[in-house]
Ligand binder design. Structure first.
Ligand code: SF4
Length: 343
């Protein structure tokens, strides 16, 4: 099915099944592309743009750009895997998904369902006129709910969508927006192990991006660390803390979210551990291991709590109506703490 893929298509959607298959056939290695300064530079640009503006530009490609676009994505991805920062991974995933959105909007209405079926195994097809309104696509409600779980705007809620026999009817721009969300989610989840050392030119990019990420995260950390102000905790974290205090069992993701949040606002491992002692299934060795892992003491990745969008999707957000104006529980804490200190 993928043999007929053109490099032009793969360059537009370098994370796709077809692009991966093409790259495998081309047998490209990091060592080989390390000698191509345009590939290395473009990989660097992809990551700096993601960090600067969360957007990897959708630019028209000349034919000699295609190889660069395709291979630079894989270099950038290897660097994201190697640096192991969730902050960088989220920024990069958002930027790459937005880049893809620019190309998807230019695709024909018939191509989008084929693409979504191939990439995400969705039940999707062309729609046409339904009760005097014209729609582009019909997407099965389960696929729709899964992809839009982090959307907080009312217009995306299922009750506000037109349904036809279990399928959500979408305009073309809406289908593209839903695909973009699925791409972003897929990139965030697709974590691979990478070799300990990169070839020399890619290694320089690694060091540069790693330092930029470190500076940005240190700056953000400084803004949220210092005295811990529990009154400034966002409602979702207050609710999780209340559950912990009452000894209620928390789901895996809830434990992850509250632990990452507390560590990021400056609580130490022992203090977080103490909070978990009331849990009915508490086991000190296991809990300590998990907390230290999230704190980055047992691996290279130091975790941050999930974004508001993700918290909504796993039903941990307790204030979804306000989520539109919020992006992240740590950002909420930073702003609220500042506001409280001025009062
Ligand atoms: S909007 Fe964000 S910060 Fe506020 S409760 Fe929901 S997840 Fe927490």
């Amino acid at each position: 099915m993928h043999e007929d893929i053109s490099i032009h298509e793969a360059a537009k959607y370098p994370w796709s099944v077809m692009a991966r298959s093409l790259l495998k056939n081309l047998d490209v290695t990091l060592g080989e592309v390390d000698n191509n300064p345009r590939v290395v530079q473009r990989a660097h640009d992809r990551l700096t743009q993601a960090l600067d503006s969360r957007r990897t530009q959708t630019r028209e490609m000349q034919s000699d750009d295609e190889y660069i676009e395709l291979t630079s994505f894989f270099v950038a991805k290897a660097l994201v895997d190697g640096i192991g920062s969730m902050f960088l991974r989220r920024r990069w995933a958002t930027a790459e998904a937005k880049r893809a959105e620019g190309f998807l909007l230019k695709e024909s209405e018939t191509k989008l369902p084929q693409f979504a079926k191939q990439e995400f195994n969705w039940q999707i097809s062309s729609a046409g006129r339904v009760a005097s309104r014209v729609f582009s696509h019909r997407l099965h409600f389960s696929n729709y709910l899964d992809a839009t779980a982090g959307f907080h705007e009312r217009e995306w809620k299922l009750v506000n969508k037109r349904l036809d026999k279990g399928y959500v009817l979408l305009r073309k721009s809406e289908t593209v927006r839903v695909i973009r969300a699925a791409v972003e989610k897929m990139l965030i989840r697709d974590i691979k192990k990478v070799p300990a050392n990169f070839p020399p030119n890619i290694q320089k990019v690694y060091e540069d991006i790693d330092e930029t990420v470190r500076k940005q995260t240190d700056r953000m950390r400084q803004e949220i660390q210092g005295e811990i102000v529990t009154e400034a905790f966002p409602p979702c974290m207050q609710a999780l803390l209340a559950d912990m205090n009452e000894g209620k069992p928390l789901s895996h993701i809830a434990r992850f979210a509250i632990t990452a949040f507390l560590l990021n606002v400056g609580m130490d491992v022992d203090s977080v551990l103490e909070l978990f002692m009331r849990a009915p299934d508490f086991r000190e060795d296991l809990a300590r291991y998990q907390i230290e892992h999230i704190a980055g003491k047992r691996g290279s990745t130091e975790y941050t709590p999930p974004s508001c969008a993700y918290m909504i999707s796993v039903r941990l957000c307790v204030d979804p109506d306000k989520a539109e104006s919020r992006r992240h529980p740590l950002a909420y804490y930073r702003r609220r703490r500042k506001w409280l200190s001025k009062r």
